[in-house]
Design a protein around this ligand. Structure first.
Ligand code: HEC
Length: 135
């Protein structure tokens, strides 16, 4: 039997890296906040605010799907389970909480077919949803 330390060390490093930080908050930092900003405030005229807004889409038909089909979600490098988790985190973190009440979290199984059907005309769908939002 030969002693092979390298793979053992690599595994140990991987294990420690994934226990220290993994989770939707970190996925948001790495994959989303470059545009949406750490506090979800976005950039007026370029990137819409998520804070105080994102859960409002859940109130309108098609809005739940929209949050997954929007290109930033659909084409992210995250796998389905991690995308579901980051969206669930966003709804809870950015609210508004009255719109998020009763929210049933996304699952990988729900997210997979929706992101495969990514929006082509985001602006039109977004405008349609916003028009239908309750005040
Ligand atoms: C390159 C910039 C960019 C990145 C990175 C990005 N987004 Fe976005 N996001 C946008 C823009 C711009 C919009 C507005 C709709 C559009 O034009 O795509 C948006 C809209 C959204 C919306 C709908 C909110 C609304 O008001 O329309 C959600 C949900 C969302 N993004 C989630 C994410 C998630 C989750 C990630 C990370 C996995 C992410 N985004 C990464 C730019 C980005």
């Amino acid at each position: 039997m030969s002693f092979r330390p390298a793979p053992v060390l690599a595994l140990a490093l991987l294990a420690s890296a994934s226990t220290v930080q993994a989770g939707p908050r970190v996925d948001y930092m790495l994959h989303c906040q470059g545009c949406h900003l750490p506090d979800g405030s976005g950039t007026p005229g370029r990137v819409p605010a998520l804070r105080g807004q994102v859960a409002r889409f859940l109130q309108v038909e098609g809005g739940r799907a929209y949050l997954v089909r929007v290109p930033g979600s659909a084409f992210s490098a995250l796998d389905d389970a991690r995308l579901a988790a980051v969206l669930n985190w966003m709804v809870a973190e950015f609210g508004p909480s009255e719109s998020a009440r009763g929210f049933r979290g996304y699952t990988a199984a729900e997210v997979a077919p929706l992101r495969a059907d990514a929006l082509v005309d985001v602006d039109a769908e977004r405008a349609r949803l916003l028009k239908n939002l309750p005040d």
